[in-house]
Design a binder for this molecule. Structure first.
Ligand code: NAD
Length: 269
């Protein structure tokens, strides 16, 4: 038995463009020795940056890179087919693409804004995980790092939020969409346990990414949440990525349906 985690299978990450959590997860897989990685994002330029970054530090990585909208069912299915065609299977699927709300209460939220958030954060996550599960079900499991443990057919990590667990002012659509991701995770975890597939989610607190820093108004809106958390700082996308890799690895072989909070202690306060 080796006591370092290894990723012999294929990793797939949505929302992997730029400098956010998805990009950090993709780079962490490459750094951890995963040799086959598929990345997608709606923004082709930021996706190209993640591709360039991975290939500059790990040039032997086999990549599938395709831009598209994960709220579009036909894109999701054709992208995953592309991954299977080029890389053979899907072992570690990280559904990270997401958007923040406008920072308004329900009475100021338009139906269009509500639908947009839920179409991407909840429905888009479900479209991706449904297709990933279909492919995982048809593949042979890979052995664990520990031969005494059961092999793993696949592991899915959905990126929810601490706001799926606790409320925050003026974020009803976002909070609802992330609570839905946690509930979806638990339900899928129950259904696919017997198939050797684990489904978990990570609930980040305030993390320093383009989502939280792209304009001063958003950063100011989040400042009270940073002050409430005992660690009193924003987290780094790499700190979230490490927890995602743990949940994908066979070190997490008995972790199922969990919502792992990575928030500097916010929700315990
Ligand atoms: N940053 C935080 O504080 C924080 C906290 C909790 C949860 N999250 C969640 O983490 C995930 C990643 O967020 P981030 O902070 O890295 O933000 P980010 O904006 O850097 O990353 C989100 C990525 O998703 C992509 N995306 C948006 N809509 C898409 C769509 N329809 N199809 C495909 N790609 C799309 C964006 O282009 C972007 O690259 C999101 O689901 C977010 O809700 C973030």
């Amino acid at each position: 038995m080796t006591y370092t985690w290894s990723f012999p299978g294929v990793a797939l990450i949505t929302g992997a463009g730029g400098t956010g959590i998805g990009a950090a997860v993709a780079k962490a897989f490459a750094a951890a020795g995963c040799g086959r990685i598929a990345i997608t994002d709606i923004n082709p330029d930021s996706l190209q940056k993640t591709k360039d970054s991975i290939l500059s530090s790990h040039p032997a990585t086999r990549l599938v890179v395709e831009a598209g909208n994960i709220a579009d069912e036909s894109f999701v299915e054709s992208f995953m087919d592309h991954v299977i065609r080029d890389l053979g299977r899907i072992d570690y699927a990280v559904n990270c693409a997401g958007v923040l709300g406008d920072g308004v209460r329900s009475t100021e939220t338009t139906t269009e804004a509500f639908d947009r958030i839920n179409n991407i954060n909840y429905r888009g996550c479900w479209l991706c995980s449904r297709t990933e599960l279909k492919h995982m079900l048809s593949q042979e499991p890979l052995p664990s790092h520990d031969p005494s443990r059961l092999p793993q057919r696949g592991a899915i990590v959905n990126i929810a939020s601490q706001l799926g667990i606790v409320g925050r002012p003026s974020a009803p659509s976002y909070c609802g969409s992330k609570a839905a991701v946690i509930a979806l995770t638990r339900s899928d975890a129950i259904d696919y346990s017997k198939d050797g597939i684990r489904v978990n989610c990570v609930c980040p607190g305030v993390i320093e990414t383009p989502m939280t820093t792209y304009n001063q108004e958003v950063t100011d809106r989040l400042r009270p949440a940073i002050e409430i958390a005992p660690m009193k700082r924003m987290g780094k996308p790499e700190e979230v990525a490490d927890t995602v890799l743990f949940l994908c690895s066979t070190f997490a072989s008995f972790v199922q349906g969990h919502a792992l909070v990575v928030d500097g202690g916010y929700i315990i306060n």
